[in-house]
Design a protein. Structure first.
Lengths: 877, 449
């Protein structure tokens, strides 16, 4: 910034010598005058707080601290690092490679004032519960838990209260996996895969968020999506994110997927006989390829028979799979819902749908958010409660409470201990040590299993074919509906559909055409008319109205409804009927146009092409001199081969940078505020994903057009946005070829914090969620990705304090930290050690819209495919 | 020596004496107004109030009340800004360029078109102000010394816009005012009460002596000389808001002449829209003759042909440049969801425009009036095509998005229309809509021959 400062000083001298009576006034002088004036007008405020006499442990005034804990999602631990700012958890990063978006978005729930119900009367509740237990059988429905401490408490409680019956409820059950293991190995077990160790991976109708280990899988798989590459095959009944990264994808109906598995088992000799079909040459080629060292990753909803086949196949292939005991002592199933409906006395502590509580003698609901119930008691947020959770890899993690319960909630352990009149024990030294060292409390214990002979005889019938096969699958954002209150997740675009705030019935284009609805839907899409036909869906004696969203790449006859919007106690695989109602429902998607056409935004290359390719030479033309170069030259690369478009970066950026949620209506108008947008394109090669954020162009079109110099360039290459200076002409946004800028059309920030009412922002507890290092933007200003400039500056401050330079890779942006595929890399172009140098020299390195001559600092690495030369097409079925 | 009849003798038709001509020209100011005037004032005032309400809503609630969104960051606000600036072009063109070219037919048209310019530019200037996210800080776009030593960013065409529009507003106001001075003095002599005081102040002590006239003429021609480049520059600068941008459909070097031609075209069309009823209501057929209207139609045709040529050129360039985004933008205009707008624009500004080649159509006042309105609809569509349709479809398909204006957008438009009519109606009630001194001068010139 040296030259600019010199320039400004020269200007000051020129300007102010005449105007100011005091002679030349330096900027410092003006500031001092201003401060004096301010001091004169501001009344002296007596602050209530006084400094600590004795500083509590971990409280650093104005400082940041980091803790390790494990947060549960659907009963499985997600070990995380929690960033605290003055005792306020503000950000989560995965402790290991990957985490799901749910704990991170859960930070909202921690502060959410909607959690506050009536003041909880815990003693009264315990009394009533004990009385109910004295009267007769009382059902306690728990969610999936894998905590030994909780199980011990439960056993004690059941011993003391014989009338206490316990059921476990989970809409998205893992029962079929355990049953499959029982069929294959003779005992219930939980498979732990190491997909990075396989050369060939077959994804069987499974997505990232559907399997507890999904994100970890992608962390592992993505390492092999760069040369030397593995090969991914997907056989699925719904376009999934994992499937979109596959080199070959076969779309089949759900029953078809299982039938395919049967044929594959025959082809590989696990079952006798020969395959009934060769799937256009797909099956023999796949079978041959799998023998090179393959692994099958089946979705948890596949029938027990299919699970058993997959396990047997994995055993035959010598796949990198190990088995542990099921993490749940008693399996949680959707059937527990029926039990709960039938129970006379019920304590419902599970998540997802709520059973009917009418006509019960005793009914209590334990939940994060208050519910309509005779007894509605608050559960503690995972960050408010200690506990133990097992992760999907079978390891046990200790969790610690990082804040006092804000709304009087208790953890399930505390509730049970309360019922027993006990105290939950404090953390043991061993547990504390595990937390401090960031390691699991207990490593996974693997079982030594061998496939039992005679599987063909024991094999139960697989999923039955039906004209319309409905699968109820968790929604990418709302999961089974338990995150319905979370606006971060509601507005996080569902990766495939880019839908926000709603769930939809997904069906193939051919299916929609068969109903005679496709043309109308596509015509409305072109007009940006959000209305979509509402269908009446009947399955298993239940009915639901769901709007239709035709999804390319989905096979005819396959329907997917989100579990958050359609729950069935019998399970998730159903035969369905659907009929048009003639009514419409508005569905809002963030992406209007899904086809690339001739635009080369996402480059796709084959592995060998990428190895041979020369790095693209950027044509750099400019009449203006270069910017002065500072100590660093920050830059980012996004590896599209490792990005499957899950949206975690969008969410992390939102949490880190105080980005508001704007609501369905505003998104419908095209005003979502996410700084990172993930473009999804349906292309010949399959579904492509591309995160697009501010590219920090060195010749930024936005900087040139701002009339008030509100967007400026730093000497380290950042395209800075000066909120204070912005008058909101929106010219920068109009001129940005990437459309990476977001405008505060309304006071979105205040409205978000005030839960819809900007005037309530100041007193809302959600204000605590705001990162103090980042300005909350006001109405009428433009904003965009800053490369997490606050993190750069904090790191710089740290380095200066320690009298050293910023280390290689020390600055990590929020998006980079959470990316499960490590697709995002942030680095310094002036640092010869930085891996970004290698990225930029790769043959598949390219700049987005190089023809615009903007010289972006954010660049991309082409999406790599490793198709089997024996298969001509990438898409089958 | 046989007197050659003056070639422009038919610019004033009918039997006139100097006195009767002056009486006739001052009628709008001195006689009770005709009925349509009251209607225009009432409608104009009502729409102006609605306009103020829409601005109030915008300021209180925020720009979110408009239809603009992420890719389409500029919507009807900028469409109307450009539209009004364009309309404001006829005035200066008639006053400045035609003065320098010694075109006699300008004399009966310049006053009303200059007034039109003033109100059109005022209407236009409101849009950049209210379309700001933080309009209270509008003065940051002006060059003034601040303690932070921050100047406007002069690389931005918006900074040029500010200067161009302020220059244009100043020059066109000065022009209007200087031209008014002899008439104000005349009115001062003929009126009583507050009007006499008002005209007295405004006429700056004009007595009509030869020195006054000599200086007046010199200033007028000088101003005309100064204003001439401004006529071309204002809309050229406005066009650079777009031409400077990267957006496909904006990034064209042909934009400055394109916008200048479009501005003259729409300015003359608007002048026709105003003058044809004005002439009828105030019975001014003797001084605004069919020949005047014919001339105006011809200028409309000439400038319109320039516009039409560039429409076709744009298609050619989009194809010839071989830039996929440009060509995709062109196809999007022609076949996308906004195609009806594009084709309506082509129909009006390319096809229907050709009728003006034929005297039969130019002499048909009904058609001329209708076409003048259509031309401005066409120009509105053109700006919609450029601003909205381009932005809705730029480089990355992932960010394409359509745009739907809200009631606030439309009220702001109707409001500026109302303000424009209201202002003009009041203007011709206070000041003669035809320059009396110029006309008397012309009358003498024609009679001498």
């Amino acid at each position: 910034m040296k030259t600019r400062r010199g320039f400004e000083e020269a200007l000051e001298k020129e300007l102010f010598r005449e105007e100011f009576p005091f002679g030349p006034v330096s900027r410092r002088g003006v500031l001092a005058m201003g401060l004096l004036a301010l001091a004169a007008c501001t009344p002296v405020v007596r602050r209530k707080g006084v400094p600590y006499v004795r500083q509590p442990e971990w409280v650093v005034e104005g400082g940041r601290a980091e803790f390790i804990t494990a947060l549960p999602h659907a009963g499985f631990a997600e070990p995380v690092r929690v960033r605290n700012y003055q005792e306020r958890p503000l950000f989560l990063a995965p402790l290991e490679e990957a985490m799901s978006p749910y704990p991170l978005a859960g930070l909202y729930a921690l502060y959410d004032p909607a959690r506050k119900g009536k003041a909880p009367d815990w003693p009264g509740f315990y009394r009533a519960w004990r009385q109910a237990l004295a009267e007769g059988e009382t059902l306690l429905v728990l969610p999936r838990t894998a905590s030994p401490r909780l199980e011990a408490l439960l056993q004690r409680a059941q011993a003391r209260f014989p009338n206490l019956r316990v059921a476990r409820f989970e809409a998205w059950s893992l029962e079929n996996v355990y049953l499959g293991a029982e069929l294959a190995f003779g005992r219930r077990a939980w498979p732990v895969y190491q997909p990075d160790r396989a050369e060939v991976v077959l994804l069987l109708d499974v997505d990232l968020h559907e399997h507890p280990a999904g994100y970890a899988w992608w962390a592992a798989l993505s390492r092999r999506r760069v040369p030397p590459m593995n090969r991914l095959y997907a056989v699925e009944s719904l376009p999934t994110l994992l499937g979109s990264m596959a080199d070959h994808r076969l779309a089949l109906k759900p029953s078809g997927v299982e039938a395919f598995l049967l044929d594959l088992a025959r082809a590989l000799g696990v079952l006798p006989g020969t395959p009934a079909a060769d799937y256009g040459g797909f099956l023999p080629v796949l079978a041959e390829d799998l023998r090179r060292g393959g692994v099958l990753l089946p979705g948890p909803h596949l029938s027990p028979g299919a699970q058993a086949l997959a396990m047997a196949l994995n055993a035959r292939l010598g796949a990198p799979v190990a088995y542990t005991l099921p993490p749940e002592r008693e399996v949680a199933t959707p059937r527990a819902f029926l039990e709960a409906e039938g129970a006379q006395r019920l304590v419902w502590a599970a998540e997802g749908p709520l059973p009917s509580l009418q006509g019960k003698r005793f009914a209590a609901v334990l939940s994060l958010y208050p519910k309509e119930a005779p007894y509605s008691l608050p559960l503690a947020h995972p960050l408010e409660a200690s506990g133990q959770h097992r992760d999907a890899l079978g390891r046990l993690w200790q969790a610690q409470a990082l804040v006092q319960p804000l709304y009087g909630g208790k953890s399930l352990e505390e509730v049970l201990a309360g019922l027993l009149g006990e105290e939950v024990p404090a953390l043991s030294p061993e547990e504390k040590r595990a937390l401090a060292e960031g390691r699991p409390l207990e490593e996974a214990g693997f079982l030594d299993l061998t496939p039992l002979p005679g599987l063909p005889q024991r094999l139960p019938p697989l999923r039955e074919a039906a004209p319309l096969e409905l699968t109820l699958r968790p929604e990418a954002s709302l999961y089974d509906g338990r995150y319905r209150e979370n606006p971060y997740l509601q507005e996080l675009p569902r990766p495939m559909t880019r839908l926000v705030w709603d769930g939809a019935l997904l069906a193939g284009e051919a299916q929609a055409a068969a109903w005679g609805l496709l043309e109308e839907v596509r015509a409305r899409e072109r007009r940006a008319d959000p209305r979509r036909p509402l269908l009446r869906l009947r399955a298993g004696g239940k009915e639901a109205l769901l709007p239709l969203w035709p999804l390319p790449g989905m096979p005819e006859g396959s329907l997917v409804a989100p579990l958050s919007h359609f729950f069935h106690p019998q399970g998730v695989a159903l035969a369905a009927e659907a009929s048009a109602t003639g009514r419409d429902y508005p569905l809002v998607s963030t992406q209007y146009h899904g086809y690339l056409g001739e635009v080369e935004a996402v480059r796709v290359m084959r592995e060998e092409e990428a190895l041979e390719a020369e790095p693209e030479k950027e044509k750099r033309l400019s009449l203006y001199p270069l910017w002065p170069q500072g100590e660093h030259a920050w830059a980012m690369t996004v590896d599209l081969s490792r990005c499957l478009g899950c949206g975690l970066c969008t969410l992390a950026c939102q949490v880190e940078n105080n980005i508001p949620v704007v609501g369905k209506e505003e998104v419908a108008k095209g005003r979502e505020m996410h700084w990172i947008r993930i473009d999804r394109y349906f292309a010949q090669e399959g579904v492509l994903h591309q995160p697009v954020m501010c590219q920090h162009c060195e010749k930024a079109p936005c900087e040139a057009v701002c009339p008030v110099a509100a967007t400026e360039h730093s000497d380290e290459g950042l395209n800075l946005m000066v909120y204070n200076r912005c008058v909101g002409t929106k010219y920068c946004s109009a001129n940005c070829p990437y459309k990476a800028r977001r405008f505060n059309f309304f006071p979105y920030g205040e409205a978000f914090v005030g839960k819809g009412d900007p005037r309530k922002a100041k007193e809302s507890p959600l204000a605590l969620l705001m990162n103090p290092e980042v300005t909350v933007r006001s109405r009428g200003v433009m904003e965009k990705c800053t490369y997490c400039v606050q993190r750069i500056e904090l790191t710089r401050a740290q380095a200066v304090q320690e009298g050293r330079k910023i280390r290689t890779g020390e600055v990590r942006t929020a998006c980079q930290e959470v990316c499960p595929g490590k697709a995002i890399h942030f680095g310094d172009l002036l640092d010869p050690e930085d891996p970004i140098q290698a990225h930029r020299k790769e043959g598949r390195h390219y700049t987005l819209l190089a023809e615009a001559n903007t010289w972006p600092r954010t660049t991309y690495l082409a999406h790599l495919k490793n198709p089997n030369p024996k298969l001509k097409e990438e898409r089958h079925g | 020596m046989a007197k050659e009849p003056h070639p422009d003798r038919d610019l004033i038709q009918g039997e006139w004496t100097e006195r009767s001509l002056v009486e006739k020209l001052l009628e709008p100011v001195e006689k009770p107004p005709p009925r349509p005037w009251r209607v225009v004032v009432a409608v104009g005032a009502a729409l102006t109030l609605a306009w103020l309400y829409a601005i109030f809503v915008t300021f209180v609630k925020g720009l979110g009340t408009w239809g603009i969104n992420q890719p389409v960051a500029w919507g009807l606000d900028i469409v109307h800004f450009v539209w009004w600036i364009g309309i404001g072009h006829a005035g200066t063109l008639i006053s400045a360029i035609l003065v320098l070219m010694r075109q006699n037919w300008r004399d009966s048209l310049n006053r009303v078109t200059e007034a039109m310019t003033l109100f059109a530019v005022l209407a236009a200037a409101t849009y950049p102000l209210i379309h700001m996210g933080r309009p209270q800080l509008f003065y940051w776009v002006m060059p003034y010394p601040t303690h932070m030593a921050l100047w406007p960013q002069y690389k931005s065409p918006l900074s040029w816009d500010v200067l161009a529009i302020m220059t244009y507003l100043t020059i066109s106001t000065l022009f209007l005012y200087i031209g008014l001075i002899p008439d104000l003095a005349l009115l001062r002599e003929r009126s009583q009460g507050w009007r006499r005081r008002l005209y007295g102040w405004l006429s700056l002590g004009w007595t009509g002596n030869a020195v006054h006239w000599q200086r007046y003429r010199a200033v007028y021609v000088l101003l005309a000389g100064l204003a001439t480049p401004v006529v071309i520059s204002v809309h050229s600068v406005v066009s650079m808001d777009f031409a400077y941008g990267l957006v496909p459909g904006w990034h064209l070097t042909v934009f400055p002449p394109f916008f200048a031609a479009g501005a003259i075209y729409s300015g003359f069309a608007m002048a026709l829209t105003l003058i044809i009823p004005l002439r009828r209501w105030y019975r001014l057929e003797g001084v605004i003759t069919e020949r005047h209207l014919d001339w105006m139609a011809k200028v409309t045709l000439a400038s319109g042909l320039g516009v039409a040529y560039i429409y076709l050129l744009e298609i050619f360039i989009a194809w010839y440049a071989g830039e996929p985004a440009e060509w995709a933008q062109q196809l999007w205009r022609m076949t996308g969801p906004y195609a009806p707008y594009y084709w309506a624009m082509m129909l009006i500004n390319v096809v229907l425009l050709q009728t003006l080649w034929f005297p039969r159509f130019r002499k048909n006042l009904t058609w001329l009036f209708l076409f003048s309105i259509l031309a401005n609809v066409g120009m509105w569509l053109e700006r919609f095509v450029i601003v909205v349709i381009s932005l809705s479809h730029d480089f990355l398909p992932g960010n394409f998005q359509l745009y739907a204006p809200t009631w606030v957008d439309w009220t702001l438009f109707l409001g500026t229309l109302g303000f424009f009519l209201f202002g003009l109606a009041l203007f011709i009630r206070l000041f003669p809509p035809i320059a009396v001194a110029e006309m008397v001068h012309l009358f003498h010139k024609l009679r001498r021959h």
